[in-house]
Design a protein around this ligand. Structure first.
Ligand SMILES: C[C@H](O)CC(=O)SCCNC(=O)CCNC(=O)[C@H](O)C(C)(C)COP(=O)(O)OP(=O)(O)OC[C@H]1O[C@@H](n2cnc3c(N)ncnc32)[C@H](O)[C@@H]1OP(=O)(O)O
Length: 724
């Protein structure tokens, strides 16, 4: 931030070049905004300036308003940190300037960056720049006039689509749509922009103030039709996101009452949205996602990632084939090993189906799919393993099998080869017990389906070398995963934190709450599906295996239920045989299967935990809390044990690994919004009523009683919890 500044340089041609400089993306931080106001005022007042060119240093115009200012507003509750840009700078000093202003855009112009450019009288752009208004992903709407100028420049329908989807367009698309006046090479960008500005000044090129344009928005009835469709779509696709409807309303206001009135309305709505919980949550996710790449002792000690060109995957089952798919899609050669040709063929077929599925859904071109599949080779022995850079073992969860594999790998692979396991539960020290290569052993825990789910949990032991962790982080990024580095324990960070999720749901069912109601309420909270449908989809076998592991490790806080056993006894395996809590038929949505109710009754009879044998009565909010507060409680233990580096790592892991709604900011962030004390008090009450499953952890208790946020770093905590 010390280097954040705005330069002004006047050439002999009479053009003032105003350059924003705030690496790496020229975010519009407060010093930049103040600097822009000063420089534009200076340029307006100087007699030797005839025209102005606005640009960004270092090949990037601007990544938009500085998001950390909004974070500061969230932390302090003081919205006076937000500067007036849309009127004072964009309208008064740029658009209404008596001297023409041209934006010279290279690299990217996003959010407030593009909005500054749209306030200029023309946009000269280098090839392949990224142009967009992604504000809605942050829970806000464009706030520097973007809701008003984009429709006037490119037409209403496309502008609405760009804003609601937050998708950016390229220079080339921008040129076709009218957002970009001309595309020139990077080398010529400033020269052409200067000439363009002078030509406007000489009236040889049009002097266009986009806020005053009316030629692209269509008739009022067309406008109403586009906005009606947009509203309907938003209601369906984003019912939880207030910024979506607000964006459409503000666009409409400007078209009905005029652009300037629209700018004022936009500023008013922006200020309200910026302090919404949705914006707080989404902005937390934005920074949390970037923080995961910073691993003390790994990414800050000058190590360079090694090149991982060839990877062996052992096991072609669901996980192994998904991992192999992700790797070949990232242009990495993969050797897939199976124990016999039947299994190998099945694995290869699954990978082909994964890749072809992406082509069918328009997510991958046929050409790229062919290239990816050409990088795959199936094998039945270890001959090809001699020169692989990384092995990922993805066989069944059997300790002695894994130990044997790792012992063999140590003998066969090069001494530099990284030895990773995709285990979701087994202690890595145990897996590596029969090798002396423990510094190369690391967990690479993918989430199913591995080629789609974005999270990669990287598990390190005390012995894993920083170089190995760095290399795996790098591979994760290459294959477009979000790598979160965590410590070694049962279930690691994500599965451990969420093991009480299905248990809480099961406890509620056995207390008499309707299973489908629970799923609906959790879905309404923002999860894509509820815990029982998730169980159907994941398969009951997984549930049985993992609950055995958790029962061993966390016996003090396990809720045991006969429900899954009873379902299996009834011939139900969940989605895999079309029959679980729901009925699964090809081509139609899963339907609640009410014939499951007698099985649930049987489970309630065997469990016998309903007070006085009667179902408890709970509100929707209590359902959410009785399922998610125990998850928060376990998250507290994960934090106390130092399994994650920082609380926000659990936020991002919960969003990307467990589909916790991103607009709620992640599990710990959400818990702090609810309040540690409220969670603690509720858990304490339920522990008295329903047992140890709800017993508050020490970390939660201490923080609740001392009023310290759960996400606060250890240094802010009492001594006994300061172990992060
Ligand atoms: C009033 C206005 O309408 C409101 C706004 O403008 S809100 C902002 C709208 N703009 C955005 O949403 C863009 C956000 N940024 C991005 O999408 C991406 O950072 C990018 C496409 C610009 C660059 O991506 P990439 O090259 O992969 O770099 P990335 O790691 O994401 O960012 C580099 C650094 O810049 C920071 N950064 C990026 N955009 C920023 C922004 N708008 N504000 C503050 N910091 C920003 C990141 O936090 C990161 O910081 P770090 O190195 O300390 O972790």
């Amino acid at each position: 931030m010390a280097s954040a500044k705005v330069d002004l340089e006047v050439g002999t041609d009479g053009v003032a070049l105003i350059t924003m400089c705030n690496p790496p993306v020229n975010a519009l931080a407060i010093p930049i905004i103040i600097g822009l106001k000063d420089r534009f005022q200076e340029a307006a007042g100087r007699k030797d300036v005839k025209a102005i060119v606005l640009t960004g240093k270092g090949g990037r115009f601007s990544g938009g308003f500085d998001i950390s200012v909004m974070k500061k507003v969230h932390e302090t509750g003081d919205s006076s940190h937000l500067p007036d840009v849309s009127v004072e700078l964009v309208v008064n000093l740029i658009e209404d300037s008596k001297k023409p202003v041209v934006a010279a855009v290279e690299g990217l112009a996003l959010g407030g960056g593009l909005e500054l450019a749209m306030g200029c009288h023309a946009r000269v752009v280098a090839p392949r720049a990224q142009l967009g208004l992604p504000e809605l992903t942050l829970g806000i709407i464009p706030g520097f006039g973007g809701t008003q100028r984009l429709p006037r420049l490119i037409g209403l329908a496309k502008a609405v689509e760009m804003m609601l989807t937050s998708k950016s367009i390229t220079s080339e698309e921008g040129r076709k749509l009218g957002l970009v006046d001309t595309i020139v090479s990077s080398e010529e960008l400033l020269k052409v922009s200067r000439l363009w500005a002078l030509e406007i000044e000489e009236r040889r090129k049009p002097w266009i103030r986009s806020l005053h344009r009316t030629d692209k928005t269509g008739s009022l009835s067309e406008v109403r039709e586009v906005l009606r469709t947009a509203r309907e779509q938003v209601k369906k696709t984003a019912p939880h996101l207030p910024q979506q409807q607000a964006c459409v309303d503000v666009i409409e206001h400007g078209i009905v009452h005029g652009g300037y009135s629209g700018v004022l309305k936009e500023a008013e709505v922006f200020k309200k949205l910026v302090i919404s919980d949705t914006s707080k949550g989404l902005i937390n996710v934005f920074f949390a996602q970037r923080a995961i790449s910073k691993v003390p002792g790994v990414t800050d000690i000058g190590l360079k990632p090694r090149n991982v060109k060839k990877v062996a995957v052992i096991g072609g089952g669901l996980m192994g084939s998904g991992i192999a798919t992700a790797l070949i899609l990232g242009n990495i050669c993969v050797i897939l090993k199976e124990i016999n040709s039947e299994f190998l063929l099945k694995g290869i077929k699954t990978i082909e189906a994964n890749v072809n599925g992406l082509v069918r859904r328009g997510k991958l071109t046929k050409q790229k799919a062919d290239v990816a599949l050409s990088l795959l080779k199936g094998v039945l022995d270890y001959t090809e393993f001699k020169d692989v850079d990384l092995v990922i073992e993805a066989v069944i969860e059997n300790v002695s099998l894994k130990q044997t594999i790792f012992r063999d790998l140590e003998k066969i692979c090069s001494p530099h080869c990284i030895l990773a396991t995709n285990t979701s539960t087994i202690d890595l020290n145990v897996i590596g017990q029969k090798t002396s290569a423990q510094d190369r052993i690391v967990g690479a825990h993918f989430f199913s389906p591995a080629h789609i789910m974005p999270l990669l949990e990287i598990i390190r032991t005390n012995k894993t070398s920083p170089q190995v962790i760095l290399d795996l982080i790098t591979v994760g990024k290459i294959i477009k995963k979000a790598p979160v580095v965590v410590g070694n324990c049962t279930g690691f960070a994500v599965n451990r934190t969420f093991f009480p999720y299905s248990q809480g749901a099961n406890l509620l069912v056995n207390l008499g709450v309707d299973v489908f109601k629970i799923d609906q309420v959790i879905h309404n909270f923002g999860f894509p599906i509820g815990p029982f449908q998730l169980l159907d989809v994941a398969g009951y076998g997984v549930a049985i295996d993992t609950s055995k592991v958790y029962a061993g490790a966390f016996s003090d806080r396990m809720f045991k239920t006969p429900l899954v056993d009873l379902l299996i006894k009834d011939g139900r395996n969940g989605k895999s045989n079309g029959k679980g809590y729901y009925i699964y038929e090809k081509g139609s949505k899963p339907k609640p299967d009410r014939s499951v109710l007698p099985i649930i009754e049987e489970s309630r009879r065997l469990c016998n935990i309903m007070p006085n044998g009667k179902p408890i009565s709970v509100t929707d909010q209590e359902i959410v809390e009785m399922i998610l507060f125990p998850v928060v409680n376990e998250a507290c233990r994960v934090l106390e044990d130092g399994i994650v580096i920082r609380a926000s790592d659990l936020d991002i892991a919960s969003v990307l690994g467990m589909s916790f709604p991103n607009y709620r900011g992640g599990i710990v962030f959400w818990a702090d919004l609810v309040g540690a004390n409220r969670i603690y008090t509720s858990l304490k009450k339920w522990a008295q009523l329903y047992g140890n499953f709800y017993k508050p952890s020490r970390y939660l208790e201490e923080r609740a009683l001392k009023g310290i946020p759960l996400s606060a770093p250890a240094s802010a905590a009492p001594k006994s919890t300061a172990r992060l």
